[in-house]
Design a protein around this ligand. Structure first.
Ligand code: AMP
Length: 686
């Protein structure tokens, strides 16, 4: 039989709990008999060791150590190299979870392969996914991920009955700080708001003591411990011990010995509190943020629950007592409460999933958990005035999860030339996308050109684990669009720049364009009609205050149908005269176009439309190359039997070589006209 466990996978320490025979959650001691297992891995042995033994190696200054990796969960940049292997934070957490799992199996004498794992409420999507993956690496089926303060509230709710309370959960661990406001009703725990900082914890308090001690030691001995990793390690260990001591006493003595120079320093609690004032102040501000978000004040809270080893520091208790007007709730073990809550959730999940298979057991107190995410989820959009990119929040933070919402994009199809939509997903509160974390780039494809502009609905959701799901549907067809997740580009600086202006707002730069239209016999009938319509659409998008357009047709004969003009009517009239017969003399047509575009004072474009190979392919390629050398940009659009690879040899850029399927030609020409009007970026050789 398998037993579901709850795991508090901590930055510094981890704890495992499970329900006991009476249905009560209980911490499961590790093989060494300790309730807490340090989240530290030592790679100097094979296999690597995890826990207290690894921490001892760290104490002795061995550098084959991995610790404090939890804040880096999900980061592709964090990799540690031991032996011949690279480890991500997920791999390292997987090793810790494996040890916890093995110890629990040994202690319980049962298979352990299902777990609820807790994460800081502040963890974003990638970190939650990485936690699930770490569980999988340890052979665990991760039933669910829950926020640490939610787990604490669950454990707390278990001990309560009857009344509804509003509590603040202040969780200061080794490396993270989370503050949560939760409403605890007899049958429900609802998280109302959260705030936090995943880079703030007991380690920062240790660092402050270490810096002060190192300064004093250097002043007296001339040796700066911060210059030597081994000495620094020694100072950090002594600093943490001094911090613990100051939780019990108002002063302590710290002895440092580096080489033969031994010094002892006195440290008082008042000094310690002075040097860490800024850190305490940061937790204050975040706590007030969570209260404000919940629309509550200290006085309206019914209680404060402390979680995490660092809340043993008297400065935390004093602050809470002073602000809330009452001391924090007692009777809760700050190290174990999160794991106990996770064990309750695990038991509920398994009980719910296999109601009939397992003997029924009832837990007093909380039965339902409503969790929230502490980050708003959004997409990058263009501001209503078109002047900047903005973060468009779709699911507000602190709404209960699972949660979903949708947004829509008006997508210009350019007659099928633009069938992909890129969506950047953000987590964060700022309206500036660069202040948020960009979660991912989602590329949706297969948008049909049912209209010039189609609406694409983007559905975003947080599942019960706080993991993000994305989908897109084209509204008029109802089709779910194919999705590809692409790496977020390293350079996102463009999000801080104005978006490319739309054609109507652009200040048109003067330019000359010659349309080169295939008039060979294969164009007879529909292709020619389509070409005429497409050319009209092109003219509609041109700004004739600054643009001159000419028209050349090419078959056996190359004809200048209309000289460069800024009068669109003249070109329209010439378009009507087009006929289709004979072969495809593109090279001569290009030569004529070059001749008409001799003046170099303006930007110049040749837009070719053809439905196959020209008579002499290489001659046409040569002519196109010469035109490009003269600074004329070439756009090559193909239909029918035209070959995209060949069009690429003619055009200045890849974006400027397009094969348009049936029905797409009008849109494609319109798209090109707009690109030219916007300055021709993408069509120009750099
Ligand atoms: P946690 O992540 O909840 O296991 O908390 C670990 C942090 O709590 C570490 O930074 C410890 O140094 C700190 N801690 C544990 N016990 C005490 C104590 N008695 N006084 C101050 N800090 C403590």
């Amino acid at each position: 039989m398998s037993i579901p466990i709850g795991i508090d996978l901590g930055t510094t320490n981890s704890v495992v709990a499970a329900r006991n025979a009476y249905g009560r959650p209980e911490v499961i001691a590790n093989k060494e008999g300790h309730n807490v297992t340090p989240s530290v891995v030592y790679f100097g042995t094979e296999p690597p060791v995890v826990g207290q033994e690894a921490k001892e190696y760290a104490r002795l200054g061995d550098d084959q150590i991995a610790s404090f990796f939890k804040p880096h969960m999900g980061s592709p940049l964090y990799r540690l190299h031991f032996g011949a292997t690279d480890y991500s934070a997920t791999d390292l957490s997987g090793l810790v979870l494996k040890r916890l799992r093995n110890d629990a199996e040994a202690k319980l004498g049962q298979v352990v392969d299902q777990a609820v794992i807790t994460v800081p409420a502040y963890f974003a999507d990638a970190q939650r996914r990485a936690t699930i993956e770490a569980g999988r690496l340890a052979g665990l089926d991760v039933l669910r991920i829950i926020n640490e303060p939610t787990a604490a509230a669950l454990a707390y709710g278990l001990q309560k009955s009857g009344i509804t309370e509003t509590v603040l959960i202040y969780d200061l661990g080794g490396g993270t700080f989370d503050v949560t406001v939760a409403r605890i009703a007899p049958d429900e725990i609802a998280v109302v708001s959260t705030a936090g900082d995943h880079d703030l914890g007991g380690k920062n308090w240790d660092d402050r003591i270490a810096t002060s001690l190192a300064e004093k030691y250097a002043a007296e001995t001339g040796i700066d411990p911060l210059d030597d990793p081994l000495a620094l390690n020694e100072v950090l260990i002594r600093s943490e011990q001094a911090k613990w001591a100051l939780s019990e006493r108002t002063s302590t003595r710290v002895t440092l010995q580096i080489g033969s120079a031994r010094r002892t320093f006195e440290l008082t609690r008042a000094e310690f509190e002075g040097m860490t004032f800024a850190l305490m102040d940061r937790t204050r501000r975040l706590t007030e943020e969570a209260l404000e978000e919940a629309g509550l004040s200290w006085k309206t809270l019914t209680g404060v629950l402390l979680v995490g080893g660092s809340t043993r520091m008297p400065m935390v208790r004093q602050y809470v007592t002073q602000m809330a007007g009452q001391p924090p709730r007692a009777g809760v073990n700050v190290d174990e409460v999160v794991a106990l809550g996770a064990a309750i959730q695990a038991a509920m999940d398994v009980g719910q999933a296999s109601e009939s298979a397992t003997p029924k057991f009832t837990l007093a107190g909380a039965r339902r958990v409503t969790d929230v995410m502490s980050h708003s989820l959004g997409t990058v959009a263009v501001s209503p005035d078109g002047a900047s990119y903005v973060n468009d929040i779709i699911i507000r933070r602190n709404v209960p999860i699972p949660a979903e919402n949708k947004t829509s994009y008006l997508h210009e199809t350019h007659g099928g030339a633009n069938s992909r939509l890129e969506v950047y997903l953000t987590q964060g509160e700022s309206t500036r996308p660069l202040d948020c974390s960009v979660l991912g780039k989602y590329v949706f494809s297969g948008i049909s050109a049912t209209d010039r502009e189609v609406t694409v609905d983007i559905g975003l959701s947080y599942d019960a684990n706080g993991v993000v799901q994305v989908r897109a549907t084209q509204r008029d067809t109802g089709h779910l669009l194919a999705m590809r997740v692409e790496p977020v580009p390293d350079d996102l600086t463009w999000l801080g720049l104005p978006p490319q202006p739309v054609a109507s707002e652009a200040v048109a730069e003067p330019c000359r364009i010659i349309l080169l239209i295939d008039g060979s016999s294969s164009m007879a009938g529909h292709p020619l009609l389509d070409a005429q319509n497409a050319a009209r659409a092109f003219l509609e998008k041109c700004d004739f205050t600054a643009t001159e357009v000419g028209l050349i047709s090419f078959s056996d004969q190359v004809v200048l149908q209309c000289e460069l003009t800024s009068n669109p009517r003249k070109i329209q009239a010439a378009l009507v005269r087009l006929e289709a017969e004979g072969t495809t003399n593109l090279s001569e047509a290009l030569e004529l176009a070059r001749d008409r575009l001799l003046a170099r004072d303006q930007r110049r474009y040749v837009v070719i439309l053809t439905d196959g190979y020209p008579d002499s392919t290489e001659a046409a390629v040569d002519q196109a190359a010469r035109a490009r050398e003269e600074g004329i940009e070439i756009v090559a659009i193909g239909i029918g039997d035209a070959d995209l690879a060949y069009l690429r040899r003619l055009a200045s850029t890849e974006e400027g070589s397009i094969f348009a399927r049936q029905g797409e030609l009008v849109g494609t020409f319109g798209h090109i006209a707009r690109m030219i009007a916007q300055g021709g970026r993408g069509l120009r050789q750099l």
